[in-house]
Design a protein around this ligand. Structure first.
Ligand code: NAD
Length: 547
């Protein structure tokens, strides 16, 4: 699909300052003449290919990843088509710059690198005025909203309004990975204060300088936002992102059966991890019904993954209770067991009968898991004794160290391969370089949510689905796993190569759309050719001829 955004009478500098319309030096002579651009641009006319070569060169010559990030965001703000061509054609190189891990650094320094606002900033001061905030947004056909309150940014904790880098980055991935049109995307920062003292005391901090709101006013603001979105953008899906876990579970529970919404930290993470599990099983030649999963961390990611594993097991005929007993959790207080009296609601469904175990190594020895999954945000906790114990207990131990950013991973790829003598099957949340051990090259998988949420979002948008269900994430996981080739597996890769991400997202969108139609959730008549219908919605970052 071309941009299809009418010029709305825009000419001259207005055109140059509109990132969706601007082509910079690629405006043709005829366009320059007709659109009041004469004299506003240097004489030489570039093709988009030439511009692409130039911006790629510039990014590569920036000295640090943060500098690269700043340059890329500036490019996005002045010429989105060029930005997306760059990201799409060099996705391996650009994704770690526009999303994790670099986006984590960017959020930490957000106040200092902040140039122009992007998205909507809705704060407690807007209570009673949220409709006006949405009315000020310049695009009418918003279909995907990513909102954060900045309380749990990646594994970095409370970054308050600085967390805006996350919705911005995530929505860029919807466009780059699945072709959701940039004008359909709306990043939202929900500024309810921050408990990060350093930020509060920093005069340059861009958000509200106050503690987080914990009273019912918080829910009131969420509700006002949800209602205003239903009125203004009735077909939009709201993705909650990087909320603290108490609010994340609560809001998901509150809204998932009432509006089109999901939480990527819970459900998207689950999708990509379950896909990784299916791929790992192709390497171990095991069955999911025979696995025992031990999680380190029982928060949004861990419990979300556990719940989707239970769905996967149920699909194989395992009873729900038995399925839950295949998933065990260790949190900051030790093994999650029935006898504990300190467990919050979301952990209770995975609290089994067992003697207390204080630490993770003890739990590995006691439970003999086939797979361990790190989602604690605690670095270096899959230490040598833990990984060696897994290698002793399993021919092919499966080790997922998913905590982000890279510095928080429970272990590195190198450690996982070294301590298992190359037998380990490893995936991480942030990317790790391939490791060569005794002449054998191992390519670690990146359990990147970007394999899942863009495709799910595209499927939801393409069918105007009224709800986002767990079944959609389950089919997304199965679709993703099926796209892993024998060649991928031969290299130890349990996810497809990132350069296939548009194909992956398209396939996931079709599977999700099928669920939407099968469950009566689609708010449209099924097109004769669903695949063509979805492909036709995918944005291509080419320039349109305006004249
Ligand atoms: P969360 O705050 O909801 O949960 C963290 C959990 O870790 C809690 O249960 C907490 O009790 C536990 N924990 C904390 N310290 C611990 C310790 N010392 N020992 C044992 N357990 C401890 O956070 P979350 O959303 O579940 O995210 C956790 C991590 O997973 C983050 O680093 C995040 O970046 C990462 N993550 C990765 C992916 C991915 O790879 N695709 C997706 C989502 C989250």
């Amino acid at each position: 699909m071309k941009t299809n955004i009418a010029l709305h009478g825009k000419r001259g500098t207005d055109l140059l300052h509109d990132p969706l319309l601007n082509k910079g030096t690629a405006f043709t002579a005829v366009e320059r003449d007709a659109l009041g651009l004469r004299g506003l641009l240097p004489a030489h006319i570039n093709s988009q290919n030439e511009q692409l070569a130039k911006v790629l060169f510039t990014v590569r010559h920036k000295p640090t990843d943060l500098e690269k990030y700043i340059y890329l965001i500036a490019l996005q703000e002045r010429n989105e088509n060029l930005f997306y061509r760059l990201v799409m054609e060099h996705i391996d190189e650009m994704m770690p710059l526009i999303y994790t891990p670099t986006v984590g650094q960017a959020c930490q320094k957000f106040a200092h690198i902040f140039r122009r606002p992007r998205g909507l900033f809705i704060s407690l001061l807007d209570l009673g005025h949220v409709r006006e905030c949405l009315a000020n947004w310049p695009y009418e056909n918003v279909r995907m909203i990513v909102i954060t309150d900045g309380e749990r940014i990646l594994g970095l904790g409370d970054l308050g309004a600085n967390g805006m880098g996350i919705p911005v980055g995530k929505l860029s991935l919807y466009t780059a990975c699945a072709g959701v049109h940039p004008a359909q995307c709306l990043p939202v920062m929900f500024d309810v204060g921050t408990n990060n003292r350093t930020l509060c005391d920093d005069p340059e901090y861009i958000g509200l300088h106050r503690e987080r709101e914990r009273s019912p006013l918080y829910d009131e603001l969420v509700k006002e936002f949800v209602v205003a979105v239903q009125e203004k953008f009735p077909k939009a899906c709201i993705q909650f992102e990087d909320f603290g876990n108490a609010n994340a579970f609560r809001l998901l529970h509150e809204y998932r059966d009432r509006i089109c919404t999901f939480n990527d930290d819970i459900q998207g993470t689950a999708g990509v991890t379950v896909a990784g599990i299916y791929s790992a099983l192709r390497l171990t030649r095991g069955r999911i019904a025979d696995q025992k999963f031990l999680f380190f961390g029982a928060g949004e990611a861990g419990i979300g993954i556990g719940d989707l594993i239970v769905e996967a097991l149920k699909a194989e005929g395992v009873a729900e209770n038995a399925a839950r007993k295949q998933c065990w959790f260790v949190d900051s207080k030790g093994l999650v067991v029935r006898a504990r009296t300190d467990l919050v609601a979301h952990k209770l469904r995975f609290a089994h009968e067992h003697a207390p175990v204080a630490n993770f190594l003890g739990a590995v020895e006691a439970l003999r898991p086939t797979m361990i999954i790190g989602v604690s945000g605690m670095p270096q906790t899959f230490d040598e004794p833990v990984v060696r114990a897994m290698a002793r207990l399993n021919e092919r131990p499966v080790i997922f160290a998913l905590s982000n950013p890279t510095s928080k991973a429970e272990c590195t790829a190198e450690q996982a391969y070294q301590w298992t003598h190359g037998r380990g099957i490893f995936a991480s949340g942030s990317p790790f370089a391939p490791v060569t051990l005794n002449g054998v090259r191992h390519e670690p998988g990146q359990g990147n949510n970007s394999y899942i949420f863009p495709g799910v979002g595209l499927g939801v948008i393409a069918t105007s689905a009224a709800r986002v269900t767990d079944e959609m994430f389950f089919v997304a996981a199965k679709t993703l796993a099926k796209l892993v080739t024998e060649e991928d597996l031969a290299h130890g890769r349990i996810y497809p190569e990132l350069k296939r991400i548009r194909e992956v997202s398209g396939a996931i969108a079709i599977a999700v759309a099928e669920v939407a139609f099968a469950r009566g959730l689609a708010r449209m008549i099924r097109p004769a050719n669903l695949q063509a219908h979805i492909r036709a919605q995918m944005y291509q970052p080419e320039y349109e001829d305006y004249v």
